[in-house]
Design a protein around this ligand. Structure first.
Ligand code: PMP
Length: 357
């Protein structure tokens, strides 16, 4: 088999057409006589790639004019620090805890200043997104931080709260559906799930909000450094940004976020239907109204059956179905680029595995 059924959580599957396009341009990008990796980041050819990626993101997410689109490094994890260091000030960072990544974000903010927990679903092992009316936001909140999709637990916000200064980690679901960017002051996402390869982190932020950041920050940690320099203050991850531009071109060809949402719903339903019709053989971790269309998490009746399921699936070419080490069980990550066919094959395998067990 040439391509696996890749359900990795991130880095994750990329569209085959994107890989082929990159391959065809690898040694001689647009008659430059070199690969994108070998171009100067100050060259005209690279500048076009960089600006095209920004423009495509603007188009696909309908990003308002008064928002910046930045390409940073350090992964989403560095954003856990950059957000509070820029915006915490003398107020409270208000965090909604919906899984391991939001806890990590909170932990970094605690090192910078004051924080509060606006809501948490930790009591039930992060099996749900808190209801909007459960959020308790401090009067003195500098911002409210949420994680739109919880990669490990398989939960996803279905509607976003209307609060001031909302900031979201969208690493594992950006571009999986249409989005009203204007509800947020800042959105960040590591690329290695829905956007491209690892190495670049996309930040979308309200320009006025960025201007309110703290003074005298280390240069590289100050968002304004990057916004003033079109994310070219230092050498950006040029190849990752090139791959991002190809993934965005591909998404546009697929019909954009509305179309991809339909396909994503279809893919997720295939797996959730198998879970729901299994008479409890497969047990979904997430409560139904919090289910993610990107990461489907489930357990089997015993550890032995889980091991057998993973071993047999591996034989058949399925990759990445083991759950995160912190919760065990199984997880199928079905990001935008995971073909419907892979998900159909997985649902068929799940049904036949249960019949045999
Ligand atoms: N936030 C979320 C929701 C994630 O899924 C991940 C990575 N799996 C991170 C943050 C951390 O991203 P990075 O490895 O790019 O720092």
């Amino acid at each position: 088999m040439e391509r696996s059924y890749n359900f990795n959580a991130g880095p994750a599957a990329l569209p085959l057409d994107v890989l082929k396009k990159a391959q065809s341009e690898l040694t001689n990008f647009k008659n430059s006589g070199m690969s994108v990796m070998e171009l100067s980041h100050r060259s005209k050819e690279y500048e076009e790639v960089h600006n095209r990626a920004q423009q495509l993101l603007r188009e696909l997410l309908n990003i308002p004019e008064n928002y910046e689109v930045l390409f940073l490094q350090g992964g989403a994890s560095l954003q856990f620090t950059m957000v509070p260091i820029n915006f915490l000030g003398n107020g409270n960072g208000s965090y909604v805890l919906t899984g391991s990544w939001s806890k990590k974000a909170l932990k970094e903010a605690e090192k910078i200043g004051k924080t509060t927990i606006a809501a948490t679903s930790e009591q039930t092992n992060f099996d749900r997104i808190p209801k909007l009316n459960e959020l308790s936001i401090d009067d003195n909140a500098s911002y409210v931080h949420i994680t739109s999709n919880n990669t490990i637990y398989g939960t996803q916000w279905q509607a976003f709260p209307t609060v001031e200064n909302l900031i979201a980690d969208m690493s594992s679901d950006i571009l999986c559906r249409p989005l009203d960017v204007s509800k947020f002051k800042l959105i960040y996402a590591g690329a290695q799930k829905n956007l491209g390869p690892s190495g670049v982190t996309v930040v979308i932020a309200d320009k006025n909000f960025l201007e309110k950041g703290a003074d005298n920050l280390p240069t590289m940690l100050d968002y304004r450094t990057h916004s003033k320099n079109n994310s070219l203050f230092n050498t950006p991850p040029t190849f990752a940004i090139y791959m991002l531009s190809l993934v965005l071109e591909w998404l546009k060809d697929q019909g954009g976020t509305e179309k991809i949402q339909e396909t994503n719903n279809q893919k997720a339903s295939l797996l959730y239907n198998v879970i729901d019709e299994s008479n409890g053989f497969y047990n979904g971790h997430a409560q139904k109204d919090s289910r993610s269309i990107m990461n489907v998490t489930f357990t089997l009746p015993s550890d032995d059956l889980t091991k057998q399921f993973l071993a047999e699936s591996k034989e058949l070419g399925f990759v990445g179905l083991n759950g995160h080490r912190s919760i065990g069980g199984c997880r199928a990550s079905i990001y935008n680029a995971v073909p419907l066919e892979s998900v159909e094959k997985l649902s068929e395998f799940m049904i036949s595995f249960q019949k045999k067990a």
